[in-house]
Design a protein around this ligand. Structure first.
Ligand SMILES: [Zn+2]
Length: 312
């Protein structure tokens, strides 16, 4: 329930209430049962397979202000219970971009959701990120938590700010136990420091201003358009820099995420024991909704073993 109101060249985002209904803890909810935040902004893009569902959505000509304190009940919570200093900041590392803020952790330290939201993606081993969770929040931001040793939530699960979502680790490309934490808007990462005070573990802004392809925590800075973060809006920079070389390696080996879609995906899937619409959607990188549409079925339909499902 988001209304975009034009005021000059700035679009102000007003967020009313996004309430998530909770049933038993840990129960995986269906997409249709809950309000996916920011649907209008994201044009319904939603998928569990990748960190970026559609590249190029973030346009430099958009100007928005996004509320960071969503409501009394939905306030920011620092993602780590164990809170040492940042061990590697967002920004250039040599000639590579580091797309998040690294916070040193001990093995299995608790990792928390920073705002209410819905888990869009989980993967125990996603390239250089290792164990990863991506949560979409009602204000249009997504947060990404990586190198996790354990993942305690499921895709499409609604979470509350402060909920335990996983455990810190050093999975993926990591030389020590730490949390790699990203904030993103329309699949484009920006410096978490723009809005989060990592020394005091709280927000340092109550609104995020997005203007000319850049991100600001202060309206004055946005109006002066002083550069705060250097965002190049291209597909590659949407990925962790450490990840880039891995993806390139995979592409060269002709088995990367961008090369396996057209050539190897069959037109049908025969349902096997244990299959769900969800696992099938992940296997073929297609949304549950698309599978339902292709097969004229409902998301609540029970699959039967041997059933033939169109997947393209
Ligand atoms: Zn990192």
């Amino acid at each position: 329930m988001i209304i975009l109101k034009k005021r000059g060249t700035i679009f102000y985002l007003f967020l009313f209430c996004v309430y998530f209904s909770f049933s038993q803890s840990g129960e995986n909810q269906k997409v249709d049962d809950i309000v996916i935040p920011s649907d209008e902004l994201y044009q319904q893009t939603w998928g569990g397979a990748n960190t970026v569902v559609r590249s190029g959505m973030f346009q430099k000509n958009i100007a928005l202000s996004l509320p960071l304190n969503l409501s009394k009940e939905n306030t920011f919570v620092f993602p780590c219970v164990n809170r040492p200093k940042v061990c590697s900041p967002y920004g250039m590392r040599g000639n590579k971009m580091h797309s998040g803020t690294d916070i040193k952790q001990n093995m299995n330290d608790s990792i928390l959701a920073v705002w209410d939201g819905v888990v869009r993606m989980t993967n125990k081993s996603y390239y250089g990120y290792g164990g990863i969770i991506v949560i979409r929040h009602a204000n249009g931001l997504e947060t990404l938590y990586a190198h996790l040793s354990e993942i305690e939530v499921n895709e499409n699960q609604a979470v509350k700010a402060g909920d335990l979502i996983g455990k810190a680790g050093r999975t993926g490309r990591a030389t020590t136990e730490h949390l790699h934490f990203e904030v993103r808007f329309l699949y484009t990462h920006f410096n978490p420091k723009t809005i989060i005070d990592f020394d005091n573990h709280k927000l340092c802004a109550d609104t995020l201003f997005v203007k000319n392809g850049k991100f600001y925590g202060k309206e004055a800075d946005a109006s002066q358009d002083t550069e705060v973060t250097d965002i190049e809006n291209n597909e590659e920079n949407n990925e962790d820099s450490d990840l880039l070389s891995i993806v390139e390696d995979l592409k060269q080996a002709n088995k990367g995420i961008n090369t396996n879609s057209a050539t190897t995906i069959p037109s049908h899937h025969i349902v096997e024991k244990g299959d769900t619409l969800y696992s099938i959607s992940r296997k073929y990188n297609i949304s549950v909704q698309e599978i339902c549409k292709l097969n004229n079925i409902n998301e609540n339909n029970v699959l039967s073993i041997g059933q033939k499902l169109k997947i393209k």
